[in-house]
Design a protein around this ligand. Structure first.
Ligand code: ASP
Length: 308
C-alpha cells in the first residue's frame, strides 16, 4: 500500500484573504508527514510532525495563532491515537506549550491516562522537560483582533465564525496498513475560560483503528462532541461504506440534526480517502509520490509537483 498523510487546516467561513496562507500551510504539513513515513518513521511520528508544523504556523488555530478565550488567553486541546492498539492521549485547556500534540503523545506514552487537563497538564509538561513559554507568547495579532471583533459584534455571523477558524489534524497510513490520527486546536474564539472542545475527546475529534480507518474532525465543537463525529464516521466505514461516503453522510447527518457545520478527513484500512465539509471551506492536502493534492473549496482537487 502507498503510504499517505492527509491533513486538514480547519473547517469554517475562511475569508478569501486567508486562503493562500491556509493552502501553503496544509501543503507543507502534508509533505512533512509524508517524508517522515518515507524515511521509515512511524504513522504516529508522521501525524505528530504534520500537526506540529501547523501548530507553529500562525495561519492556523492551533499552537501559535490559536484563538483566545474571553480573558484574552490561549487555552489549547489536542489528541493523538494509534490504530494498532487503540492507544490514545490528550490534553485539554493547556496553556503556554508550543506543541500540545507532542504533550498529548507524552500523555499516551508516559501516563496510565488518556487525558490531562489544565494545570495538571502543564505540570506534567514541566516534569517531562517540555518547556513552558512565557505567558502570552502564543497570542498573535490576528487572534487579538478576532477577540475584539467578537466582543464588539458577537459571533453570530456564522456558527463557527469568520475569524479564528483553523483547527488542524492529520491521519496517516503506512505501507503495512498501520494508521494514526491527530488533532490540535485553540478552540472557538471568545469561548468561556476553561472550555474543553471536541478535539480533546477521543471519538469526537480523533479516532484510529487499524481494522477500520482513521479520522480527524473540525468545526463546531459542541455539535461534533454531541454527535461523536469521528467515531460515527468510523462506524459507517465499519458497516462497509468507503471513507468518502462515510465522511459525507455522517457530516450531512450531523449538520441536519444539530444545525451546525463541520469537516473531516478519513482514511479507510484499504487506503481510500474521505475529505468533506458542510462549512463554506476547509483546507486539506496530501502527498503521493512527488505530487501534492490539495483543496479548500467544495469540489476542488488540485494537483501540483511537490517541492522537495
Ligand atoms: N472543533 C474546534 C472547537 O470547537 C474548532 C474548529 O475545529 O475550528 O474547538
Amino acid at each position: 500500500m502507498e503510504p499517505i498523510v492527509l491533513v486538514h487546516g480547519g473547517a469554517g467561513d475562511i475569508p478569501d484573504s486567508r486562503v493562500p496562507l491556509k493552502l501553503n500551510g496544509v501543503k507543507k504539513a502534508a509533505s512533512i508527514g509524508y517524508r517522515v513515513l518515507k524515511r521509515g518513521g512511524s504513522v504516529v511520528d508522521a501525524v505528530e510532525e504534520a500537526v506540529k508544523s501547523m501548530e507553529d504556523d500562525e495561519a492556523f488555530n492551533a499552537g501559535y495563532g490559536s484563538v483566545l478565550n474571553l480573558d484574552g488567553e490561549v487555552e489549547m486541546d489536542a489528541t493523538i491515537m494509534i490504530g494498532a492498539n487503540l492507544n490514545s492521549g490528550g490534553v485539554t485547556v493547556v496553556k503556554d506549550i508550543a506543541h500540545p500534540i507532542s504533550l498529548a503523545r507524552l500523555v499516551m506514552e508516559r501516563t496510565p491516562h488518556f487525558l490531562l487537563a489544565g494545570e495538571g497538564a502543564n505540570r506534567f509538561a514541566k516534569v517531562q522537560g517540555v518547556p513552558t513559554l512565557p505567558a502570552g507568547s502564543l497570542v498573535s495579532k490576528y487572534a487579538r483582533e478576532a477577540l475584539e471583533d467578537f466582543k464588539k459584534h458577537g459571533d453570530n455571523r456564522t456558527e463557527i465564525g469568520e475569524k479564528g477558524v483553523g483547527t488542524v489534524g492529520a491521519v496517516a497510513i503506512d505501507s503495512k496498513g498501520r494508521m494514526a490520527a491527530a488533532t490540535s486546536t485553540g478552540g472557538i474564539n471568545g469561548k468561556m475560560v476553561g472550555r474543553s472542545s471536541d478535539t480533546s475527546i477521543i471519538g469526537s475529534g480523533t479516532y484510529a483503528d487499524d481494522n477500520v480507518g482513521a479520522v480527524s474532525t473540525t468545526g463546531h465543537g459542541e455539535s461534533i462532541a454531541r454527535f461523536c463525529l469521528a467515531h460515527a464516521i468510523i462506524y459507517e466505514m465499519k458497516n462497509g461504506s468507503s471513507a468518502a461516503v462515510a465522511t459525507a453522510n455522517t457530516l450531512k447527518a450531523m449538520t441536519e440534526k444539530l444545525k451546525n457545520t463541520a469537516g473531516a478527513i478519513a482514511i479507510s484500512k484499504g487506503g481510500d480517502l474521505g475529505i468533506d465539509f458542510t462549512s463554506k471551506r476547509m483546507a486539506w492536502a496530501y502527498q503521493i509520490k512527488d505530487e501534492i493534492h490539495f483543496g479548500i473549496e467544495h469540489g476542488q482537487h488540485t494537483k501540483e509537483k511537490a517541492k522537495n
